[in-house]
Write a protein that binds this ligand. Structure first.
Ligand code: MRU
Length: 347
């Protein structure tokens, strides 16, 4: 499996997801500002991967602060955290990772600046490694709901590329495949950024897991024809009541799944669950450059000057969700209670 993100000496290196599957190239970030830009421009994307990148970027930032004075260090570090938080608004994991890094400072009130720099690096290393372990656990719990012989539909890319490895929704697929279930994946192409066709199709091909690509608008027809037995998607943020924000188009899939009696599951680590947000209506939804809609892979696909709208995520109400697969097991309705219980377990 190609690593999404790693250290190269003291720099953060990430595979450039904008270029896949046509070119395997890497972006090396030497400053936290470069990590912020990489997240914003979607060199790296997917909620858990964004969280890990932010933590690594902050460790990088801490290392570069030139002072021996703890109070000055904290002031500078706080400013870097604020910049990092502005990278993208929807994925919970970004804010969760920043909080986890700030926690290091609180947990070590007596540490010197040099000690803090090492502690921040250790924390980022820990979050990087832990993400893979968590995804394997999500896969382990989730594969139980995958029927042998099923066609599993997924949207966007919630795979190894969207995490530090293995994936969440694709972690469930991988785990089902690893226990010997004969499954295949239908991948929505996921307009406008094409995470499905460029990333999910590529990633599954690399692992020899059967994958068939469809355009987003074909999903309803195929569900109606009985060609889909299960849907598993990732999430960028899960609200306290179990509503979820995920890639634009997820809501339409969930509604169509209900109409066609196809179980609709969400796979996400508990770091994506944000209990401070009561319902999905309170989740900030990113609006991206309309150029992503008027252009595809650098080519104009609309008349010059036409208006375009580009909300990057939508909200799926909890009533459409059969279960939320986490590293602690599958949360079921009422989600308020089950998610709170799991968060408590993982604290
Ligand atoms: O805009 P993106 O590519 O960052 O959106 C990604 C998604 O919507 C994923 O489904 C979500 O982050 C979960 S990734 C495990």
């Amino acid at each position: 499996m190609i690593p999404t993100i790693d250290w190269q000496d003291d720099h953060v290196v990430m595979i450039d997801q904008r270029k896949l599957p046509f070119k395997e190239s890497y972006v090396v970030c030497k400053t936290p500002t470069q990590v912020v830009e990489a997240i914003r421009k979607m060199v790296i994307r997917g909620a858990p991967a964004i969280g890990v990148a932010a933590a690594m970027g902050l460790a990088l930032g801490g290392r570069r602060i030139k002072t021996q004075n703890r109070a000055t260090f904290e002031r500078h570090f706080q400013r870097i955290c604020e910049k990092m938080a502005s990278a993208r608004p929807t994925a919970s994991n970004l804010f969760w990772a920043i909080d986890s890094m700030l926690e290091v400072l609180k947990e070590h009130p007596q540490a010197s600046v040099e000690e803090l720099k090492d502690l921040l690096r250790s924390k980022a290393d820990h979050l990087l490694a832990e993400d893979q372990t968590i995804n394997k656990a999500i896969g382990h719990h989730g594969q139980i709901v995958v029927p042998d012989g099923a066609t599993v539909l997924t949207h966007c890319n919630a795979g190894a590329l969207a995490t530090a490895g293995y994936g969440t929704a694709l972690g469930v697929v991988r785990a089902a495949w690893e226990v010997g279930k004969k499954i295949r994946v239908l991948a929505d192409e996921t307009r406008p950024f094409l995470q499905g066709s460029r990333l999910t199709a590529w990633e599954l091909q690399q692992d020899n897991i059967p994958v068939t690509l469809i355009t987003d608008s074909m999903a309803g027809y195929l569900m109606n024809k009985g060609k889909v037995q299960l849907i598993v998607v990732g999430a960028d943020r899960v609200a306290a009541n179990g509503d979820i924000a995920n890639k634009i188009g997820t809501y339409s899939l969930a509604v169509l799944a209900k109409e066609n009696k196809v179980p609709f599951y969400v796979a996400a680590p508990l770091s994506t669950v944000d209990l401070s947000v009561a319902t999905g209506q309170d989740i900030p939804i990113e609006e991206r450059d309309p150029r992503e809609v008027t252009h595809s892979l650098g080519h104009a696909i609309a008349p010059p000057g036409v208006n375009a709208w580009n909300p990057a995520f939508d909200v799926t109400p909890n009533r459409f969700i059969a279960g939320i697969i986490t590293e602690k097991g599958i949360a079921r309705k009422p989600y308020g209670k089950s998610l709170r219980g799991m968060k408590k377990q993982s604290a």
